[in-house]
Design a binder for this molecule. Structure first.
Ligand SMILES: [Zn+2]
Length: 124
């Protein structure tokens, strides 16, 4: 995938800043590539918008994964992680990949993203 060749560095974190992270991904903030807009029950309720990176491309720079509150449902193949203090979901984990909720990424302007509908409701 092109995303491996044109990796860019990003930072972000939860609302209260207890958890901060950095990761690399190809540029997406001006519509360069799709951002998943899933319609499953939890994404719909929490307005989650995800891009995915390998776990090796993601690092928490403040806080640890163990301190995040985890929740899963249905097939238990996807683990949502949110800050127990401010409640914002920062990442999801599934099969060696980290889903990054792009709403938590520094400097993101939602109106510039290229959202791609994803029919998660049909899978779960
Ligand atoms: Zn927080």
């Amino acid at each position: 995938m092109a995303s491996e060749t044109a990796a860019k560095k990003y930072t972000g974190g939860c609302h209260c800043k207890r958890f901060r992270y950095k990761y690399t991904h190809s540029a997406f903030e001006n519509g360069e590539c799709d951002v998943g807009n899933c319609n499953c029950s939890v994404c719909n309720m929490n307005a989650l918008l995800f891009i995915y990176v390998p776990e090796t491309s993601f690092e928490l720079t403040s806080g640890s994964v163990e301190e995040l509150t985890r929740c899963t449902f249905n097939t238990k193949s996807y683990y949502h992680h949110f800050c127990p203090t401010c409640g914002t979901e920062i990442i999801g984990k599934t099969g060696g990949k980290v889903g990054i909720n792009v709403r938590m990424v520094d400097g993101i302007r939602l109106e510039k993203l290229k959202l791609k509908p994803f029919d998660g409701a049909a899978l779960l």
